[in-house]
Design a protein around this ligand. Structure first.
Ligand code: GLN
Length: 546
């Protein structure tokens, strides 16, 4: 296959956290809305092979793709904006690059040559960048380079970009540089110097930025745009303002207004038309004009960092817009929930979501929370560890197996209602060894999920090691908790429900990874709707009392 795809490299300067992922996703959206087949790739300069082994406090959530890759959370934004699945090829880390080069060296593929950063590491980066372009599936590849220009770790990536631009030729590879234009309130001025320096740093590596996207809290004046253009060697039309947005979903429209898509297409020698973002704007309209508000509790142990539950929070936003309701998410730390305070902490909520997680910390609080919602008929969605906690709670408080637990928390528990699979027991490596990626699930008729998914066969993404222990299925079922989704190949329980409860669903998989703007996840939509109904019912009950 010849390389016909065009490449857009997105680099970042001045500081981290400027929102490169959102800019890349917004640009991709605008190009997709003009008929181009676009994908986005993230290159991460850290040495971990993937973010799967990283604590969520480090880089936020680990996003899982259909093919079971554990990836950077920016891939979640790409899928949510584009509604096109990504894969392992969309996320590459320095660790993965080095691992591959070292493996090649051990196989003797370098024929006795000294293996070096240039050309061997840079060649490997270039190859990884072009995998998606060479697939023939895409017209445009947007490659986001993690980190900030000038970082030691980023150097081989910037060098690879320099070479690629040269290899690809004019109009086939362009560079967008995202920088910060800070506002000094004492002087009442926006400052361009950090951007000038950052562009200069990039030039020291032989890379000239084609387009500047300037993150700012205030509008850039024409004079300031002119100044930036002059000092940074870019056309004035290529100075793009990226002003703070109240929601990330506004950014495609902001970029459209600034003409980012037009400059990009012009530089790539591609035709530009009016993007069709009607559907996107309908979503925005619903998002911004809610008819009412509800409160949902998100119970987890990484709640201090919002990015830890990024996909869940976004899936709730999509579901809120779908239901035309504003969902206030209250993050509640499970470590601080106990039997004495659970009702005070949760009674005002219209729905409770118990989050995924690993390890023992905070699990008793999750179990107390599940008991409270189960006994008080509050809508409940348990995801992965959240589902496992619901099973443990049920075994302890309904079946009377007070010592029930998961063998993850207590390897010697008398009642291992959640247990590790036989094939997982011999695994000693941590990276990439869980049940990962997309798995089939068959739904039982006459269940909530059957009504919700409107389909018998579904596929959802997983990331866990422990499972519902089928030794307990009969007892749990008889007591009123029903497995309503099973893996057709292994018989593993993927979904549990309590039919006597108005809305109680636990899923072993992660539905949040598949929710997008164009296609909000049905389970989240139904959960928010249940919370909305609960809220209405409570409100009318309160009104009747007054
Ligand atoms: N720790 C649990 C397991 O490994 C749940 C994982 C999760 O919530 N993603 O099975």
């Amino acid at each position: 296959m010849t390389n016909t795809a065009k490449y857009i490299f997105v680099t970042g300067g001045v500081t981290s956290s400027l929102g490169k992922g959102i800019i890349a996703a917004s640009l991709a959206k605008l190009l997709q809305a003009q008929g181009y087949r676009v994908t986005i790739q993230k290159l991460d300069p850290y040495i971990n092979v993937d973010p799967g082994t990283l604590n969520p406090y480090e880089h936020g959530e680990c996003y899982v793709t259909e093919d079971g890759a554990e990836t950077d959370l920016d891939l979640g934004h790409y899928e949510r904006f584009l509604n096109v699945p990504t894969s392992q090829a969309n996320n590459v880390t320095t660790g993965r690059i080095y691992q591959s080069v070292i493996d090649k060296e051990r196989r003797g593929e370098f024929l006795g040559k000294t293996v070096q950063v240039v050309p061997h590491i840079t060649d490997e980066i270039k190859e990884r960048v072009q995998i998606l372009g060479n697939s023939g599936d895409y017209d445009i590849i947007i490659t986001e380079i993690g980190g900030t220009v000038g970082d030691i770790e980023s150097l081989p990536y910037i060098e690879a970009v320099r070479q690629l631009r040269w290899d690809l030729g004019d109009h086939n590879g362009i560079v967008i540089h995202l920088t910060l234009v800070p506002y000094l309130s004492a002087a009442g001025e926006l400052k361009t110097k950090p951007t000038q320096h950052s562009v200069k740093t990039l030039m020291e590596s032989g890379v000239q930025a084609d387009i500047l996207v300037c993150r700012t809290e205030h509008h850039l004046s024409t004079d300031l745009r002119k100044k930036l253009a002059l000092f940074c060697n870019v056309r004035e039309e290529a100075v793009i303002q990226s002003i703070d947005a109240s929601t990330i979903y506004d950014v495609p429209n902001f970029m459209l207004k600034e003409g980012l898509d037009k400059v990009v297409l012009k530089k790539l020698n591609l035709k530009s038309t009016e993007p069709d973002i009607q559907k996107w704007n309908q979503f925005l309209k619903r998002l911004k004009n809610p008819k009412t508000e509800i409160n949902i509790g998100l119970i987890g142990k990484y709640v201090e960092l919002q990015d830890s539950y990024k996909s869940i929070l976004e899936a709730i936003i999509h579901a809120g817009a779908e239901n035309e309701v504003k969902v206030n998410v209250e993050s509640i730390h499970s470590e601080y929930i106990n039997k004495d305070n659970v009702s005070v902490k949760l009674e005002h909520l219209d729905g409770i979501l118990v989050a995924p997680g690993f390890g023992e910390r905070g699990i008793e609080g999750k179990i107390d929370a599940v008991q409270f919602v189960r006994e008080n008929n509050i809508p409940f969605l348990g995801i992965c560890l959240g589902m496992q906690m619901a099973v443990i709670e049920f075994a302890r408080n309904v079946l009377g197996l007070t010592e029930a637990n998961s063998t993850e928390m207590d390897p010697h528990t008398k009642y291992p209602v959640i247990d590790i699979m036989e094939e997982q027991k011999s695994i000693t490596h941590m990276g990439g060894t869980m049940r990962l990626g997309s798995w089939n699930c068959d739904l039982k008729r006459e269940s909530l999920v059957w009504d919700i998914y409107k389909s018998e066969h579904i596929k959802e993404r997983h990331r866990h090691r422990y499972e519902f222990n089928s030794d307990y299925t009969e007892r749990i079922k008889t007591a009123g908790m029903i497995p309503t989704g099973l893996n057709p190949d292994t018989g593993l329980v993927e979904i549990i429900e309590i039919p006597k409860h108005p809305w109680f669903v636990g899923v072993q998989y992660h539905p949040e990874y598949k929710s997008t703007v164009a296609s909000p996840h049905p389970l989240f939509v139904a959960f928010v709707k249940a919370a909305l109904n609960y809220n209405k019912k409570n409100r009318s009950a309160r009104m009747a009392q007054n």
